[in-house]
Design a binder for this molecule. Structure first.
Ligand code: ADP
Ligand code: MG
Length: 318
C-alpha cells in the first residue's frame, strides 16, 4: 500500500530523517511512535506530498508521491499537526470547501459530507463557527476533512495532543473505528496510546526507524531484562546462597523483612524470564528453601521504548 525507501530529510545541515525504510500494508492501524523531535511530522509531511525529501522514494499504491503527486495524494487523507482550519467558517462550509478542493461536486460532494459528519460525530456543531468549538470538536472537523473523498489511507499527526482526557478517549475510539475501513497511520509520543489504538508500531528516534512490528512482537524481540522478586520463610543468608549458584542472573539483593520473612530481588538480562523463574524455583527447592511468593517483572514496551529512544537512534537488535 505504501512503500517508503531510504527516506532522508535535511533541514539545512540538520538531519531530521535518516534513511528510513518501511512498508505499510492495507487494513491495519499503524502507530508512529517517537519522542518530540524524532522526525514524525517530517516523515508524515513527506509521505503526504506536503514537503520535499532530500532523498528517497515513496510510493502510494504504486504511485510515486513526487512524480505522480495528484494520483498519490488522492489516496491519502491527512490531518497535519496544525490543521489548516478556517476559523471564521462553520464546519459545514469548511467541509464543502475542502471537498470541492478535492474535486468532489454535486451529489457526490453532499453524500461525502454527510458520511464524514456521521463518522466523526460533528452534527451538533455543524453551523457554529470553528473558532468557537472545543479543541475536541476542532480535531473532529480536522479528521472529517481528511476523510472526505474516502481515501484508502488516513494519516493523522498527533491527533490527541492538547485534548482533555475524555476527548482523548473519544478520538482514540474514532481512530480505532476508522481502522475498520481504512489504513490508518497516526503519530504519538505516548506509548500507551499507541499500544491501545494500533496493531502495528513504528518506533522512531532521532530520525531513525528503531523498531517496527506488532506490539507483542516488539516486546518479545526487544525485552532484554527483567527482575524476579521472591519471599521466603528461610533465613536470608540461606535464601541468598540458594540463589547465588544459579546462572542467567546479573544481580541479587536480599534482605530480612520486618515480619521476619526474607526477600530477594533477582535481576536478569536473560531473554526468557520464565526460564529464570523456573530456575529460581528449582534452586530453592534443591536447597530446601520454601518460596512463599514469587513475582516476575517482565520488561514491557515502556522499557523497550525508553531504551530505544535513548540509544541515539541506533538500531538495536539481538
Ligand atoms: P516530531 O514530529 O517527531 O516531533 P519533527 O519532524 O517535527 O519531529 O522534527 C524533527 C527534527 O527536525 C527536529 O529536530 C526539529 O527541530 C527539526 N525540524 C522540524 N521542522 C523543521 C524546519 N522547518 N526547519 C528546521 N528544522 C526543523
Ligand atoms: Mg510532530
Amino acid at each position: 500500500m505504501i512503500t517508503v525507501e531510504n527516506l532522508t530529510k535535511y533541514y539545512g545541515d540538520h538531519l531530521a530523517v535518516n534513511d528510513i525504510s518501511f512498508e505499510i500494508d492495507e487494513g491495519h492501524v499503524y502507530g508512529f511512535l517517537g519522542p518530540n523531535g524524532a522526525g514524525k511530522s517530517t516523515t508524515m509531511n513527506i509521505m503526504t506530498g506536503c514537503l520535499s525529501a532530500t532523498s528517497g522514494n515513496i510510493r502510494i499504491d504504486g504511485h510515486d508521491i513526487f512524480e505522480e503527486p495528484e494520483k498519490a495524494k488522492k489516496l491519502i487523507g491527512y490531518l497535519p499537526e496544525q490543521p489548516p482550519l478556517y476559523m471564521n467558517e462553520s464546519p459545514l462550509e469548511y467541509l464543502r470547501f475542502v471537498g470541492e478542493a478535492k474535486g468532489l461536486r454535486g451529489e457526490a460532494l453532499e453524500d461525502q459530507i454527510k458520511e464524514v459528519i456521521r463518522q466523526t460525530g460533528i452534527r451538533p456543531v455543524l453551523n457554529r463557527r470553528i473558532s468557537d468549538l472545543s479543541k475536541g470538536y476542532k480535531q473532529r472537523v480536522g479528521i472529517a476533512q481528511a476523510l472526505l473523498g474516502n481515501p484508502k489511507v488516513i494519516i493523522l499527526d498527533e491527533p490527541t495532543v492538547g485534548l482533555d482526557p475524555i476527548q482523548i478517549i473519544e478520538i482514540r475510539d474514532l481512530i480505532r473505528s476508522l481502522g475498520k475501513n481504512h489504513t490508518v497511520i497516526f503519530s504519538s509520543h505516548i506509548l500507551s496510546e499507541v499500544q491501545t489504538v494500533c496493531d502495528r508500531i513504528l518506533m522512531i528516534a532521532l530520525g531513525k526507524l528503531v523498531a517496527f512490528g506488532a506490539p507483542e512482537e516488539l516486546e518479545k524481540q526487544f525485552s532484554s531484562s527483567g527482575s524476579i522478586e521472591v519471599t521466603s520463610d528461610a533465613d536470608v543468608g540461606k535464601l541468598k546462597q540458594a540463589l547465588s549458584g544459579m546462572g542467567m542472573i546479573s544481580a541479587i539483593s536480599a534482605k530480612t523483612l520486618s515480619n521476619g520473612y526474607s526477600a530477594a530481588r533477582i535481576e536478569t538480562k536473560h531473554k526468557d524470564i520464565y526460564a529464570v523463574s523456573g530456575a529460581v524455583f528449582r534452586a530453592c527447592a534443591a536447597a530446601d528453601v520454601t518460596l512463599l511468593e514469587i513475582k516476575v517483572n517482565k520488561a514491557d514496551l515502556e522499557d523497550v521504548f525508553l531504551e530505544l529512544a535513548s540509544e541515539k537512534g541506533e538500531v538495536k537488535r539481538k
